[in-house]
Design a binder for this molecule. Structure first.
Ligand code: ZN
Length: 501
């Protein structure tokens, strides 16, 4: 049995909202004891001085996309619809090695910024493959992170999914998108079944989920088949829900109701269901999610970057909905920074008119980023520092300028600390980052390989990228026109003279 004593760090108790000096005894990947400082001197144990560290439960990223890490910084003023238009080239021309590399870059990025576990919605064109999926799993295992991996699937393209979109295109472009085809629904279902059958071969710490990506990008029979696989295997189901205003409008046009009401009617909401983004939802939708015991992944950086609007978290929490925080993929928020997600979540909650009691406090935000995310990933004993809990820990260096002076450690993590104040990261009792350096794989060793891969992909995907650039203005224009269609809620600030809802 391995035993490690982490001595004298400020240990966060997020339930109590305190951080006090403690010794942590770690045995076999779990927290075995929490003792007064100086009382845990055990013979035969490894000791580590943490008197200049703040120790938090590991930060959990509840929504990201491993396939997107090679397009960091590519987009500037992209809406969600512009981003989806560019999706085919951003995820295209991948072999197993490229899939591994893209995932690994993101995993190391997350680890370096204090993240111990993530929920990754993995995309592979034209459909998931067992080899590709296992390469993603291997990348997380090699980086030393835990992950829940969900093959992200659909059987309709953006142009088939959004009512009126294909018809709004000039004739030549309409013909081009008519040739777009995703993998057939049946072949995709077969691939998901093969992955589900092989899930016993996943590395330790990596588990499976399902991600029928967006409700209206899936035909009803396809959606029900994916949900059926999830049900048979007891897997989480993670979907993008009402992320943009156009998605909320599309749901009204297609079904005369919100996407949440549509899914609820089909019995697809459950404690295993996770709604990502959940920006354009009304209180009745939140009631449905709460009744079903479903969760929400709140992704403020992505929502800001895509101009999608601000999700209103307080009414979710008031209804007892479990909320986790997330970064999204590099295709829609570039930085996979959970410290930034925390700061943005706390600040964004203050954009809504209402009493200040409705704002997310620092400690509350930390709970979403740890316990909330661990609940979404289904990590038993994750997201808290307690005897018997997983030894997944994020350490902040209290000597960093962000903690000078040290006034209120827990509030300061959210309000003042950036990702470079994260000094050490432990997953299952193992340091995957120690004293500022990642111990598993040095990101610098990947630099050349990543640059070569991106250059190769750039050449291979020049055609699809050029086509996306021609399509993008038409897609964005349709979304702009759809602003004239009223919705009962607004998640964007009104501009004088313009109606946003
Ligand atoms: Zn996403």
């Amino acid at each position: 049995m391995s035993r490690l004593v982490i001595m004298g760090g400020l240990v966060a108790d997020l339930a109590a909202g305190t951080a006090e000096a403690r010794d942590l005894v770690i045995e076999d990947g779990r927290i075995a004891a929490i003792l007064a400082p100086g009382t845990a001197g055990m013979a035969g144990a490894e000791h580590r001085d943490a008197r200049d560290r703040l120790i938090l439960p590991g930060l959990v990223n509840s929504h990201t996309h491993g396939h997107a890490n090679l397009v960091k910084g590519v987009a500037d003023r992209w809406t969600l619809e512009a981003s989806l238009t560019n999706g085919p080239w951003m995820g295209g021309a991948r072999d197993v090695e490229t899939i591994y590399l893209s995932t690994l870059v993101g995993a190391l990025d997350m680890v370096s910024k204090g993240c111990t576990a993530c929920f990754d919605l993995v995309y592979e064109f034209p459909r998931p493959s067992l080899d590709g999926f296992m390469a993603v799993a291997r990348a997380y295992a090699d980086a030393g992170m835990r992950a829940v991996l969900a093959p992200m699937v659909a059987d309709r393209t953006l142009f088939a999914a959004i009512p009126g979109l294909a018809d709004s295109l000039p004739e030549d472009l309409r013909a081009e998108v008519g040739r777009f085809a995703l993998g057939s629904g049946e072949a995709t279902i077969e691939a998901l079944e093969a992955i589900a059958a092989a899930r016993g071969n996943l590395p330790t710490g990596i588990t499976l989920a399902m991600a029928p990506t967006i409700p209206h990008h899936c035909s009803e029979p396809f959606l029900m088949q994916v949900a059926g696989i999830a049900e048979r295997h007891g897997l989480p189901v993670h979907m993008h829900i009402a992320e943009s205003r156009l998605q909320a409008v599309a749901a009204q046009k297609l079904w005369g109701k919100s996407p949440v009401a549509y899914l609820a009617e089909r019995g697809l909401l459950s404690p295993r269901f996770i709604a990502a983004h959940a920006v354009w939802l009304g209180l009745d939708d939140l009631d449905l999610l709460a009744e079903a015991g479903a969760s929400v992944a709140h992704i403020p950086a992505s929502n800001f970057r895509l101009g999608a609007g601000i999700a209103h978290v307080r009414p979710m929490l008031e209804r007892g909905i479990r909320v986790g925080l997330a970064t999204d993929g590099a295709n829609s928020s570039d930085a996979l920074s959970m410290p930034e997600a925390m700061r943005l979540a706390s600040l964004a909650s203050r954009a809504f008119a209402g009493p200040r009691e409705a704002w997310l406090s620092g400690v509350e935000t930390l709970r979403l980023a740890t316990e909330g995310g661990a609940g979404i990933l289904g990590l038993p004993g994750g997201g808290r520092i307690a005897v018997g809990a997983l030894a997944d820990l994020t350490f902040y260096d209290l000597r960093h300028i962000d903690f000078m002076p040290l006034n209120d450690a827990l509030n300061q993590v959210v309000t003042a600390a950036g990702p470079d104040a994260v000094s050490d990261v432990m997953v299952g009792g193992r340091f995957v980052k120690a004293d500022g350096r990642i111990t598993t794989i040095d990101p610098a060793s990947l630099r050349e390989r990543v640059a070569e891969t991106v250059a190769r992909l750039g050449a291979a995907l020049a055609g699809p990228r050029a086509l996306a650039a021609r399509l993008e203005p038409h897609v964005v224009a349709l979304a702009e026109r759809a602003r004239a269609i009223p919705l009962p809620i607004s998640r964007l600030l009104p501009v004088e003279g313009e109606r946003t809802s």
